[in-house]
Design a protein around this ligand. Structure first.
Ligand code: B16
Ligand code: MG
Length: 216
């Protein structure tokens, strides 16, 4: 294991919840319901691709101009929710795990679809732990395309086979697999079926538990 590439939303911080609340608010404004189950399909997907899915769910036709306005409104509300975040919002066990990895000389990268990733890392104080940050501003093709993780590995100078990706989204797991990397799912094994290992979170997760994965 030479590098760890972390997804952001739903892995390091619980902003997945804020994305859901912001999309749900837009849906309510447009007059339809948007559930947590429907939200699952948006995880790891770019903002505009997510909007298309949300509008389809509500059977809403919109012009390009309207779509841009809806996306801006959703993002403004999302950022309002995120503005209250502090280092206490880093998910349990994450900091310890990243520190352990750095002590072992493992390089640390971010591979997120979010254009707000840098802002969020600053809010929660995680930026100094990262050797590279690949976010939605740097990629042209969103997950499940492997681009975000390929750029991360290239930045860190490691081969795909030496990188382990940590992901909470089905699209993200697929992206990492397509990049030829090992994937640790964070969440529900019934949803993250394609991941090499799945853990509910980072609490109690040690590097030793991942050593056999690296050897496979
Ligand atoms: P933004 P990740 C993804 O981040 C989220 O999972 C997804 O729900 C969101 O739509 C996407 O970022 C874009 O985010 O609107 O902030 O640019 O999970 O890849 O870290
Ligand atoms: Mg995620």
């Amino acid at each position: 294991m030479h590098a760890f590439l972390f997804d952001l939303d739903g892995v390091l911080v619980d902003t997945a919840r804020f994305h859901f609340l912001a999309w749900q608010r837009l849906a309510h404004q447009l007059g339809f319901e948007f559930t947590e189950t429907q939200n699952e399909a948006l995880k790891g997907i770019s903002r505009m691709d997510s909007l298309e899915i949300v509008l389809k769910t509500g059977g809403i036709q919109a012009t390009n101009e309207e779509k841009l306005r809806y996306a801006e409104e959703k993002n403004a509300y999302y950022l309002r929710l995120c503005s209250e975040m502090t280092p206490a919002d880093v998910l349990p066990g994450v900091l310890n795990f990243i520190r352990q990895a750095r002590e072992r000389g493992i390089l640390i990268g971010l591979g997120s679809a979010s254009k707000n990733a840098g802002t969020i890392l600053d809010h929660v104080g995680l930026r100094p732990y990262f050797d590279t940050i690949v976010d939605g501003n740097r990629v042209r093709k969103s997950k499940p395309d492997p681009e975000v993780f390929q750029i991360g590995a290239a930045d860190l100078g490691v081969l795909p086979g030496s990188a382990v990706v940590f992901e909470d989204a089905v699209a993200g797991v697929e992206a990492a697999k397509r990049a030829g990397m090992k994937v640790v799912g964070i969440g529900d094994p019934a949803i993250l079926k394609e991941a090499d290992r799945v853990f509910p979170n980072f609490e109690g997760l040690s590097l030793t538990q991942l050593e056999e994965l690296a050897a496979e």
